[in-house]
Design a protein around this ligand. Structure first.
Ligand code: FAD
Length: 830
């Protein structure tokens, strides 16, 4: 087996050792700078509240596994999880509504949850001020992780299984031979390893720097305080203390004021997120002392009482029994925040054998550790980890400025009610396309993704709303779905279907793969035969060995040895880069270069029945259906600008993606804009685009399908060439899966009343039971109904009536046959 060194004996590192040992790996060393009995990282003081439910399916499932695992770790009859349940209370009408949304997430991800009245909250939690609480959400399986104890028991059990633990041993460097790690250096010498995993918590940045890997996490201090003895708790937890637990009330969250609570025997523990962000640089904390104890550890800074004052006042209001107490003890404890709030898991593209599992809460610790152990031992995690991948970040998101700003914002907003489209105010305008100034002139409303500013709609199209035919008039929305939305999108969709619109496609990832090894690389990684003639466009899938989908891409063959890839994420780039490098090592003559060309190029999608009228006046080449059939491309010159015309369409209308080098971008925009004037050309935004896309049934990787799904379940069997001669990753699994009836399927639903909106992630009920969940949703302007894609049991057929739960209300919907718009693809092949 491989020699593994794990850096850090916190809750993540020890869980990882345990997960690897249980999978038969034997040569594992855990290196910890602090003493093993209390290493002094975030785990050593974590109060361990585990609220499992979140908008993320992945994170919720990580949490669920952590609960299951900690419940199973036991010594002398004492477990490592106190399943007291979790109660989130609402003190504002907005929060009360939001708890309904959260209840929906719990149903979607299979967590038992109940919305409870104010009276029930009070019954469950008698210390609450019943004048304040409007209602709550109760999750019976939530509770308290005894994280420090679990860490000790995991050290004990894995040591017995042969894991070596080295306490008081700081890792000072990571050894490498070329691109491969070979071990770690410590004051006691080098410890050789084939795989090094950094589970160093908020020291992750320092560890990453040892191998030139930027880890986008920001250590921030967060306040936690204990009260003096609480009269109302006197005697309450005596029996519980005998079991090694010291709490019986549910863990409590008062998110309207950034607060959470737990019992510590007869005292209350109070955590607070309402204070100013307090960023820390881990390396400034100095060496971990030899005598770490409760009060003296690097992750524990002095309590700043003035920051806690508002929390204390609010706490005494919510829990009046605290008026008879004082703060006995408090500290500012450090843990990690990331630009998008997710953990950081996986490996960088340019180093082999180096992995990280950082910015992980106790709540998700065992789940993350299991996922990484599965990746190391089998190459794949059963829970999708795309939203946790280290490689998900764009270069701009790895800068210290970006991490500082976004990390602090995430701290401040951690308990806020966040709309799925809510935007950060800063940093903005980091990446703009060459069309940006023109878009501003048209009153673009921009949303940011991956640093890119993308027009969502254009205020310049406002007047079109008035001229919409009755069957296109936008329907009223509920206040939540009306946020970050404009009826202008309806007009932009209408124009695309009935005239012509131009969409900025620049922010979509474009990679160039070239060199003598390019064909064999893409042939090996994709489900299609890409060894076609130059000028061909292929939509294809990237699978893993189990036949699950790890990405969907467009492969454009530009020349014999030159391809362009249209991809979803930076993770696709990391995958292609790594696979290309490995292939090249084995066969150096077959070199491959993988390059991100997204920023050096730009792209306009020109689509609509009049698209050819617009282009014919300015193009030098034959763009007729014969001259450039669907899914082909060719070079052209448009009014003197060299471009590549790519005949494809996300919106299901005639047209092209017109790509050029970034420096010609503005001129390209102006040229098309001028040529389009006669034909009613408008600029269209992403909001209309998403609606048109869903009407056609084009899926989005990461939202509609992930590594948890195979192509047959996802309705993507058409992208797998069953008879492809060459071997490709996942081929054997695909042949096996093609004989099975899928047990679940991604289905298109439409809302029966033609108006009730859903936004994604809501549970879908079939025969009264939560049977699946919505992936993406939009109002389908052409079909005049809201559309939702949803995962449902395989046997739920077309025509079946289901219900979607949206803020506690049930919305009736019907399972439809795809595509909802132009299933014969007539519009595309004119
Ligand atoms: P750590 O426990 O920090 O472990 C990392 C280890 O790596 C450390 O022991 C460190 O000494 C070691 N290390 C670092 N660098 C080196 C090196 N160069 N060589 C050798 N060893 C090294 N989470 C929850 O889920 N629920 C909560 O209620 C909760 N409450 C919290 C309250 C507070 C006040 C704080 C600060 C955090 C809280 N958290 C909570 C977050 C949680 O504590 C952390 O996210 C979690 O403990 C991180 O675990 P870890 O194993 O990744 O990191």
């Amino acid at each position: 087996t491989q020699r593994v060194v794990i850096i850090g004996a916190g809750i993540v590192g020890t869980n990882l050792a345990d997960e690897l040992v249980s999978r038969g790996w034997t040569d594992i060393t855990v290196v910890e700078q602090g003493p093993l009995h209390m290493p002094g990282g975030s785990t050593s003081h974590a109060p361990g509240l585990v609220f499992q439910t979140s908008p993320s399916k992945t994170m919720t499932h990580f949490a669920r596994y952590t609960v299951e695992k900690l419940l199973s770790i036991e010594k002398d009859g004492h477990r490592c999880f106190n399943q007291v349940g979790g109660l989130e209370v609402a003190t504002t009408p907005a929060r009360l509504e939001d708890l309904k949304r959260k209840h929906g997430y719990a149903s979607s991800w299979g967590i038992e949850a109940r919305l409870v009245s104010a009276e029930e909250c009070f019954k469950m939690y008698p210390h609450l001020n019943d004048d304040m609480v409007l209602g709550g959400l109760h999750i019976p399986t939530d509770g308290l992780a005894l994280a420090a104890r679990a860490t000790q028991l995991l050290i004990e059990r894995t040591s017995k299984a042969g894991v070596r633990y080295l306490g008081h041993t700081p890792v000072t460097g990571i050894e490498r031979d070329g691109r491969h790690v070979t071990g770690v250096s410590t004051p006691g010498g080098i410890i050789p390893a084939d795989i090094v995993v950094s589970c160093a918590g908020f020291w992750g940045v320092e560890l990453g720097a040892m191998v030139g890997v930027k880890i986008p996490l920001l250590p921030l201090a967060h306040q936690y305080a204990k009260t003096t003895a609480v009269p109302a708790l006197a005697g309450r937890n005596i029996n519980s203390l005998l079991n090694g637990m010291n709490a019986t009330l549910p863990i409590l969250r008062h998110q309207d004021k950034g607060l959470y609570y737990r019992e510590h025997g007869g005292q209350y523990g109070i955590g607070y997120y309402g204070h100013r962000p307090m960023p820390i640089v881990a390396s400034s904390l100095g060496l971990t002392p030899r005598d770490v104890n409760e009060k003296n550890m690097p992750s524990r800074l002095d309590f700043t009482t003035e920051d806690f004052d508002p929390a204390w006042k609010e706490s005494q209001k919510l829990l009046p029994t605290l008026q008879d107490t004082e703060i006995a003890d408090g500290f500012n404890g450090i843990f990690s925040f990331t630009p998008d709030g997710g953990p950081i898991l996986g490996q960088p593209a340019h180093i082999d054998g180096f992995y990280v599992a950082e910015a992980v809460w106790v709540t998700h610790s065992a789940g993350v550790a299991r996922a990484l152990a599965q990746i190391l031992t089998t190459g794949r995690s059963e829970i999708d980890v795309s939203e946790c991948e280290l490689s998900r970040f764009e270069e701009i998101q790895l800068t210290q400025d970006y991490v500082n700003q976004t990390g602090q914002q995430n701290f401040t907003e951690i308990y806020d009610i966040i709309h799925p489209l809510q935007q950060r105010v800063s940093p903005r305008n980091l990446r703009v396309s060459p069309f940006h100034s023109r878009q501003q002139e048209l009153g673009a409303f921009f949303l940011e993704t991956g640093g890119w500013e993308r027009p969502w709609w254009y205020e310049a199209n406002k007047d079109l709303v008035k001229s919409l035919p009755p069957s296109w008039q936008p329907v009223d929305r509920d206040p939540w779905s009306a946020q970050v939305h404009s009826p202008i999108s309806a007009a932009e969709a209408w124009k695309t279907r009935n005239a012509v619109a131009m969409f900025d496609m620049t922010a979509f990832h474009r990679f160039e793969v070239c060199g003598p090894g390019a064909v064999s690389l893409l042939q090996r990684l994709t489900t299609s035969n890409i060894s076609t003639k130059p000028g061909t466009v292929t939509y294809t899938l990237l699978l893993n060995d189990e036949g699950s989908i790890r990405g969907d891409i467009f492969v454009l063959r530009l020349d014999d040895d030159v391809f362009q890839i249209g991809a979803n994420t930076a993770t696709d780039l990391a995958y292609l880069t790594r696979e290309g490098r490995v292939q090249q090592q084995e066969n150096p003559g077959q070199w491959i270069q993988v390059r991100d060309i997204t920023g050096s190029t730009c792209c306009i999608g020109l689509w609509g029945p009049r698209a050819r009228d617009v282009i014919s006046g300015i193009s030098t080449v034959d763009l007729s259906n014969q001259g450039l059939p669907y899914f082909t491309l060719k070079k052209a010159v448009l009014s003197g600008i060299p471009v590549t015309m790519i005949r494809k369409s996300y919106v299901g209308e005639l047209g092209w993606e017109i790509q050029t080098s970034a420096e010609y971008g503005q001129r390209l925009w102006d040229t098309i804009w001028q040529a389009g004037k006669l034909h009613g050309l408008i600029a269209g935004g992403r909001s209309a685009f998403n609606s048109l896309r869903l009407e056609k049934g084009y899926r989005t990787y990461g939202a509609d399908m992930t590594t948890e799904h195979n192509p047959f379940e996802a309705g993507l069997a058409y992208a797998v060439e069953a008879n492809k001669k060459d071997d490709f990753v996942g081929k054997a699994a695909i042949q096996r899966l093609s004989n099975q009836v899928p047990s679940r399927r991604l289905r298109a639903l439409t809302v029966d009343d033609g108006r009730s909106m859903i936004l994604g992630k809501e549970p879908v009920f079939y025969n009264g039971k939560a049977a699946g969940y919505v992936t993406t949703a939009a109002f389908g302007y052409t079909i005049r109904k809201p559309i939702a894609y949803a995962w449902l049991p395989g046997g739920v057929d077309e025509g079946t009536k289901v219900e979607i739960e949206y803020f506690g209300k049930r919305i009736r919907a019907t399972v439809e046959t795809e595509s909802l718009y132009d299933p014969e693809m007539n519009r595309l092949s004119q």
